[in-house]
Design a protein around this ligand. Structure first.
Ligand code: HEC
Length: 464
């Protein structure tokens, strides 16, 4: 049995205060609410299991008939820590049964403001100042990071100085687009490959799409230049779109040679469901840009073979967890319904058919938060916190936080420290708040946490 950690304990009360969202079937909805109140603390969000077993895996230790489950609710299971809930109304017991039978399609809505804070345990100091909207921060060595600015400039930054890297591709700083993420190859020490994602214009200069390249940064004279560029992903010309909205995109790698990146729906929501279009998707390619043979849509001649998942609105956080290889993703909802997803091959994440959000003007976008064949988020934030930047804490300065996700937020101006176990969400805490809009967060070479704010990068370390 997994021991409750610090954050989980803090979160038990927060979870119970979680908001809920209406779904089509009122009995499932009521069952979900009862489950949130009485069962979630042990059996986990979405029935997925926690300290007590999953109730969604169809693996029943004590018999899985309706009568068996009602008996357990009424009598508990002696000596193993399953309490009795005889005092619930018959209606509540029936609703719980309906919810358990639904397989937990409706997951927890996480509280936004009612979240414990660990901000008093940390100190924040400036690490690099005078930057203009840093978008991606990636450490390459001792006190040394590669940093993109949305405006299109690319820097090698240390706490003492910074040097521009010239010769990178021209990007278009429009709306949410610009020069976006930077990452280095998992074998960077040997091959020096650096990866960039950016907003690329077609020949007309009017139409835009996310493009991914790699290249090498070399010293030349007194400066640093970008060389040996290779295009890894570029959309078909007819799929470039003029809006300045929803470009994605983070770059992350798993241990099997794959590179993942996301492209937002580009403000054309219905295209997120169309696998002949590149937008509203998470893509998976090899590090040299070739297509993995086991990508889910390689046999569909209409589809982009690089598509790994679809129905993703605007993913601005993607990270492979080094301990579990789970691909975590955060994506912006519309008004509400920002999501934390576990990304799996071929899965439809539902945008815009299902969402916990609404249109920006408050009108109903879709009546559905869940539909068959579409994955539920692992958790979601309503109202939106505007999620941007996602990493896993891998340092030694905060030993208790190792393996936690760190999610940045633009609108809520916070970094959330999220405790996960495999694919389960266990809870979250606010690491910093109200320091400015957060575009990226990462573990530094020294085990401190580095956060990209509107015009600087700050270093977060334990309070002495
Ligand atoms: C304090 C923790 C806790 C709470 C709260 C709790 N359970 Fe349990 N539950 C357990 C444990 C522990 C087990 C059995 C573990 C074992 O024997 O392997 C269990 C077992 C069960 C089983 C049997 C699973 C099987 O494999 O046959 C069901 C059904 C169940 N719980 C339903 C519920 C429902 C419904 C609620 C809310 C009304 C609930 N539990 C609340 C701890 C809890």
């Amino acid at each position: 049995m997994k021991r409750l950690s610090f954050i989980s304990i803090l979160l038990l009360s927060a979870c119970q205060a979680a908001q809920t969202t209406a779904i089509a079937d009122p009995a499932i909805q009521r069952g979900f609410e009862a489950y949130q109140q009485y069962c979630v603390s042990c059996h986990g969000a979405g029935l997925a299991g926690g300290q007590a077993p999953s109730l969604a895996d169809d693996n029943w230790e004590y018999g899985g008939t309706d009568a068996d489950i009602l008996k357990i609710i009424n009598e508990g299971i002696e000596d193993v820590g399953m309490p009795e809930f005889a005092a619930l109304t018959e209606q509540e017991k029936q609703d719980l049964l309906v919810y358990i039978r639904s397989g937990g399609t409706l997951k927890t809505t996480m509280p936004i403001d009612d979240v414990p804070s660990v901000a008093d345990q940390v100190q924040i100091e400036d690490w690099a100042t005078g930057l203009n909207a840093p978008w991606g921060v990636h450490f390459v060595g001792h006190d040394m990071a590669l940093v993109t600015e949305k405006s299109g400039k690319f820097w090698q930054v240390s706490s003492k100085a910074r040097m521009e890297i010239t010769g990178i591709p021209v990007s278009v700083d429009k709306g949410q687009g610009g020069l976006m993420d930077v990452a280095t190859d998992p074998d960077y020490a040997n091959n020096s490959w650096v990866y960039l994602s950016f907003t690329h214009a077609d020949e007309t200069s009017k139409n835009l799409m996310t493009k991914v390249v790699r290249g090498k940064v070399v010293a030349q004279g007194d400066g640093l230049v970008w060389t040996q560029e290779q295009t890894l992903f570029q959309a078909k010309p007819e799929h470039y779109i003029s809006t300045g909205r929803h470009f994605g995109s983070r770059i992350t790698f798993d241990d099997n040679g794959h590179l993942y990146f996301g492209i937002g729906d580009r403000g054309k929501k219905d295209m997120a469901q169309d696998i002949s279009k590149p937008n509203g998707k998470i893509h998976r390619i090899m590090r040299d840009g070739s297509i993995p043979k086991d990508n889910p849509f390689v046999d569909n001649l209409e589809a982009y073979a690089s598509i790994f998942t679809y129905g993703n609105r605007n993913p601005q956080g993607t990270i492979v967890h080094p301990d579990t290889q789970v691909v975590w993703e955060t994506e912006h909802g519309p008004k509400g319904g920002d999501e934390l997803n576990s990304i799996k091959s071929g899965v439809n994440y539902g945008w815009p058919e299902i969402s916990y959000g609404r249109n920006y003007n408050g009108t109903v976008l879709t009546p559905h938060t869940a539909l068959p064949g579409m994955a539920q988020p692992i958790s979601q934030w309503t109202p939106s916190i505007a999620v941007c930047g996602l990493d896993v804490y891998t340092g030694d300065l905060f030993p208790n936080w190792k393996g936690r996700l760190m999610a940045g937020s633009l609108r809520n101006q916070s970094v959330r420290l999220i405790e996960v176990d495999g694919e389960n969400y266990l809870g979250e805490a606010v690491l910093i708040k109200d320091q400015g809009r957060v575009r990226d967060v990462t573990t530094g070479w020294d085990g401190a946490i580095y956060v990209a704010l509107p015009n600087k990068i700050v270093r977060i370390s334990p309070k002495p």
